[in-house]
Design a protein around this ligand. Structure first.
Ligand code: GLU
Length: 476
């Protein structure tokens, strides 16, 4: 994604300034705020890998542990040429608050490798990933109980599988080896529903927003999701899934998508599956025949719409475009898409922003389910699914016997909904996102000075993290 102008502050500074807004409403013992904000440790590694042509190339990567007040510390590994120390720290910081907001009992971590995965063959990527994994494992930065990576931009279940295999070969007697990483392929220790979890989580947040007429009204809208005009930036794993769910399940109209090489606009709504196929085939959106193409994709963030969902990189909405954003509500599916200064502008303009550390927490939530499955060594629902089904059938039989009538098909289906792994994951994710939304809202009601959702979300997170430290007794 092209960044229009360089943000004026470092990413980590921007995150901490946003967090500071929440700290001022909490009365914490001296020093505790500093400890919560500090990034505990960061490792930088450099290592050589042989390329397919026989030459060696040196790669540079980082893993930051922002907090380990709870373990394992959790967070993805990003592969991108723009990866750097500060970005890794900022993303690890967001993970700390993210986990606390959605009640995932983990600390915050993040990793990054400076590499353009599109420039490498699968063999090269495998060698690089295995070597990077080894570096992190021997230095204590990957383990089931200490630090658990997951996919992020540029990585996928494939890389996670390689990492878990390296860990297993180094610690063959650790029966929990699968839990050293999440987001694995389902056949290799993964969990159903993890790939689309972040997108699903965003959908559940959007739905919950529309269940609160006061919030919808505050954003200057009315009604529900049906027919709302949505712009999505980034059509990768997160953006594609959430756009599809909002369109096909909730009736939203996706009027524009912004990709690396430009944007597509169709005020009547884009055919998302067709666009995805086109991108897979052509590597970008340029030339797509059934929509208007805009080469300056970033300018489309300012296009008229109801809902804007940045689902790409950080620092996309800056002081340069914040004054012109026309969306009524922004759901931050990416990490850090709005800079601190831009956020101030949007706050003044009354644009309703639902923040990253909450909106995109669906990924880590389902990672938590996967990790729990791995350490318990049993698939969710394995022991109860048949019994649930049997009980459902018996209930239907009993009702039909007592009433002498046949139960309509849609009711049957509801009662027979099996508690298989995917259904349980979705239900757990839905519940998590809804409860978190309600918790943030309740904080806003308790502390009227918390006038925006981001500050309220950080407030909720800090309170929980502070309590953990206080309970540990480190802060008399
Ligand atoms: N990379 C994702 C994130 O930024 C997922 C992290 C995880 O599952 O640990 O939230």
């Amino acid at each position: 994604m092209v960044i229009a102008t360089k943000p004026r502050r470092k990413f980590s500074k921007s995150v901490n300034l946003m967090v500071d807004r929440a700290f001022q409403y909490l009365d914490l013992p001296p020093g505790l705020s500093e400890q919560i904000k500090a990034c505990n440790n960061v490792i930088e590694v450099q290592f050589p890998v042989r390329m397919d042509n026989g030459e060696f190339r040196t790669f540079r990567g980082w893993r930051a542990v922002h907090s380990d007040h709870r373990v394992p510390a959790k967070g993805g590994i990003r592969y991108a040429i723009s990866v750097n120390y500060d970005e890794t720290v900022a993303l690890a910081t967001l993970m700390t608050y993210k986990c606390a907001i959605v009640n995932v009992p983990f600390g915050g971590s993040k990793g990054g490798l400076r590499i353009d995965p599109r420039e490498h063959s699968v063999d090269e990527l495998e060698r690089v990933t295995r070597r990077f994994a080894r570096e992190l494992i021997v230095k204590g930065y990957v383990s089931p109980g200490g630090n658990v990576p997951a996919p992020d931009m540029g990585t996928s279940p494939r890389e996670m599988s390689w990492i878990s295999d390296v860990y297993k070969s180094m610690y063959p007697s650790d029966i929990n080896y699968y839990a050293c990483v999440t987001g694995k392929p389902v056949a290799n220790g993964g969990i159903q529903g993890r790939v689309e979890a972040t997108g699903r989580g965003v959908q559940y947040v959007v739905r919950e927003f529309f269940r609160h007429p006061d919030d919808v009204r505050q954003a200057g809208m009315e009604g529900d999701i049906e027919g709302k005009r949505v712009i999505v930036q980034g059509f990768g794993n997160v953006g594609y899934h959430l756009a599809l769910f909002l369109k096909e399940e909730d009736g939203a109209k996706i009027v524009a998508i912004i990709e690396r090489d430009g944007a597509l606009i169709d005020d009547n709504g884009l055919d998302l599956r067709d666009v995805r196929e086109y991108i897979n085939e052509h590597g970008g959106v340029e030339g797509y025949p059934d929509a208007t193409f805009v080469a300056d994709g970033l300018s489309v963030l300012e296009h008229e719409c109801d809902i804007l969902i940045p689902a790409a990189l950080e620092s996309q909405i800056t002081v340069d475009n914040a004054p012109y954003i026309q969306a009524k509500v922004i759901f931050e599916a990416a990490n850090g898409p709005i800079t601190y200064d831009a956020d101030e502008i949007l706050r003044q303009r009354g644009v309703f922003v639902v923040p990253d550390a909450f909106v995109n927490a669906g990924g880590v939530t389902v990672s938590y389910f996967e990790w729990t499955k791995n350490i318990s060594h049993i698939r969710f629902g394995r022991m109860s699914r048949r019994l649930d089904e049997w009980r459902g059938l018996k209930t239907i039989e009993a009702m039909e016997y007592m009433t002498g009538k046949e139960m309509p098909e849609h009711m049957r289906r509801g009662i027979l909904l099996a508690s298989d792994e995917l259904t349980l994951v979705r239900s757990g994710l839905d519940d998590t996102m809804r409860l978190a939304y309600q918790e943030i809202r309740a904080a806003k009601e308790d502390v009227p000075e918390l006038d925006d959702f981001r500050t309220a979300a950080f407030y909720v997170a800090i309170k929980k993290i502070a309590q953990t430290y206080l309970d540990m007794g480190v802060w008399p």
